[in-house]
Each structure stands twice: as structure tokens, then as C-alpha cells.
Design a protein. Structure first.
Length: 184
């Protein structure tokens, strides 16, 4: 059991100046704001994705270790059938998209014809392109057409073709030795 006889007297709390308390609070706020800014900077940095980095060993050792898969006749047939079905599906999808585009285009033509019957001025305005709908900037022609009757200047031509002359010895004995002598 603890007795109260050995207890020390409670210390009286010191009164702290309100100005110092305010400065401490402001300092704490500034420190927190600085930490928040630092964390925001760190959050903008992307973390490296180790899955995208190719190990150096894999770059050096580029031989295939695993043998290519040997497919059975049934698997080959199934893959061919899936490929065919996919082609059929994509063809149907393409035809459906083309039909939808044709329907919309025909409806647009009918609407323009009806508008022309109502008002020629509205029809002319409807044919004008809307610059706000599709922003388009044109700087000029990409390819310039050739100028008619233009006399092209001839470029300077320096022939740098190397011409090799056979070295024929003037001594007939050396010519005979090399097989270059004239046969009679």
C-alpha cells in the first residue's frame, strides 16, 4: 500500500504569457502547412512500377527457355473456329454501323430537303459549317503545285567515279610472265 506520507507536494502551474501561447500555436500551424506542402509535392511524384522495368539479366539472356507450346489437332481446330466466328461477328458489327450511318445520312438529306421547301435562306445557313462544333485551323497548303513553264536550273555535277587503269609493265618479258603478251 502506498501511503500519502511519501508524496511530494503538487507543483503550482506557471502562468504562460498569452503572446507566447499564440506564437507557439502559429508556429505549429506553419509547421503543419509546410508538411502539407511537402506531402503534396511528394504525391505528385509517380511511384515506379517495378513490373514495367525489365531486369538486366533478362535483357542479357534473351534466349527462349521454354519450348513453344505444341497444340493438338482439336485445339488448332477450336482456334480456327473461334477466329472464323470472330471475323463473322466483326463483319456483322461493321455492316450494322454502316447501315446506321446510311440511315442517319438519309434522314439528314430528307431534313435538308424539307428545310429547302420551307425556307431557302435557312437551307443555305444549314449548309454552312459550324466553326464552334469542330475547331479547325488551316495554315496553308501542305504541298505546293508545280509552277508552269518554270526552267529548273541545272545543278553542278562533279564526276567522282574512280577509274582503274591496269598497270601493264613495259618490259615484254614481264608481260609474258603475267600472260599479257600478244600471241601471233
Amino acid at each position: 500500500m502506498c501511503g500519502g506520507a511519501n508524496a511530494e507536494p503538487l507543483r503550482k502551474k506557471k502562468r504562460i504569457d498569452p503572446q507566447i501561447l499564440r506564437e507557439r500555436a502559429e508556429k505549429k500551424i506553419r509547421r503543419l502547412q509546410r508538411d502539407i506542402r511537402r506531402l503534396e509535392k511528394v504525391s505528385r511524384q509517380f511511384k515506379p512500377i517495378s513490373e514495367l522495368e525489365v531486369p538486366r539479366k533478362a535483357i542479357r539472356d534473351n534466349e527462349r527457355h521454354r519450348p513453344p507450346a505444341i497444340l493438338t489437332e482439336a485445339e488448332l481446330k477450336e482456334r480456327a473456329e473461334l477466329k472464323y466466328l470472330w471475323a463473322v461477328y466483326k463483319r456483322k458489327q461493321h455492316l450494322a454501323e454502316m447501315a446506321a450511318i446510311q440511315r442517319v445520312s438519309a434522314a439528314q438529306e430528307r431534313a435538308l430537303d424539307a428545310l429547302q421547301e420551307v425556307s431557302q435562306q435557312l437551307y443555305e445557313e444549314a449548309l454552312q459549317p459550324d466553326p464552334a462544333l469542330i475547331p479547325f485551323k488551316m495554315t496553308g497548303p501542305v504541298e505546293t503545285p508545280p509552277i508552269d513553264d518554270y526552267d529548273y536550273p541545272d545543278g553542278e555535277f562533279i564526276d567522282v567515279t574512280k577509274v582503274y587503269q591496269p598497270i601493264v609493265p613495259s618490259d615484254p618479258q614481264k608481260q609474258k610472265k603475267l600472260g599479257l603478251h600478244k600471241k601471233k
